[in-house]
Design a protein around this ligand. Structure first.
Ligand SMILES: C[S@@+](CC[C@H](N)C(=O)[O-])C[C@H]1O[C@@H](n2cnc3c(N)ncnc32)[C@H](O)[C@@H]1O
Length: 217
């Protein structure tokens, strides 16, 4: 239906959507709201949205933090065209920079962010066939599936995010069913992270990981 009308509301804001992007989901509002809580209000700040799709997360962050600027990346040039339309529609072209590619390909070594947020693909290959038909028929597979265990992109972000976070910065990741423990294990095994919290969505399903990097000594 969202593709038919070409619009979807997310965080009380309207976004253009079409089959080039995932339709923003209500559970992702948990991620966006937590990310906002970690984006400073009292000074200019920087955020990164990995796998921006329609641009929903980046646009919510920039809209609610007028002194923040950010980078929104996606490996799909088609998705970024939709994000660009939404960024322009919300008059944020001067504060959100869109880049095509993954984290390592798009970011400079000296770029650092207060907050990195991502709702990346996290469906297991074996689960794809059992997704609802309207999801399989219309939403991009690349936006959904991430290898045999669904952790392919999530693990990559956990490994590389500390290189791009400021000391005391925050990483927020949405994940799938049964991912909470393996995600937590990965973060807690990495000494660059100070803490790790798992947040549930409105259905009490563990859904979002919040990890903080160590503050400067
Ligand atoms: C689940 S969708 C999320 C879209 C949007 N952030 C949202 O929450 O509605 C995941 C997005 O990540 C992109 N993507 C997949 N693998 C990626 C990678 N390695 N690096 C960056 N983006 C990636 C896909 O093209 C897709 O747009």
């Amino acid at each position: 239906m969202a593709y038919l009308v070409g619009k979807r509301e997310f965080f009380s804001m309207e976004f253009e959507v079409d089959p080039r992007v995932l339709i923003p989901r209500p559970e992702t509002e948990v991620l966006a709201s937590r990310a906002l809580a970690y984006l400073p209000k009292d000074r200019p700040s920087r955020f990164l949205d990995i796998g921006t799709g329609s641009g929903a997360i980046a646009i919510v962050l920039a809209s609610h933090r007028p002194s923040a600027t950010g980078v929104a990346i996606d490996i799909s040039p088609d998705a970024l065209n939709v994000a660009q339309q939404n960024v322009a529609r919300h008059h944020l072209s001067d504060r959100i920079e869109l880049r095509t590619g993954g984290m390592l390909a798009t970011l400079a070594r000296d770029e650092h962010f207060d907050v990195i947020a991502s709702n990346p693909p996290y469906v297991r290959e074996s689960e794809y066939a059992s997704l609802p038909k309207d999801v399989r028929d219309f939403e991009p597979r690349q936006a959904l599936v991430a290898g045999a265990d669904g952790l392919f992109v999530l693990a990559d972000i956990v490994e590389h995010a500390p290189e791009y976070l400021l000391p005391g910065g925050s990483l927020l990741l949405e994940f799938g069913i049964d991912h909470a423990q393996p995600m937590k294990d990965r973060v807690l095994a990495d000494p660059r992270y100070l803490s790790c919290e798992i947040v549930a969505d409105d259905t009490r399903t563990p859904r979002v990981l919040v990890a903080k990097t160590r503050p400067s000594p």
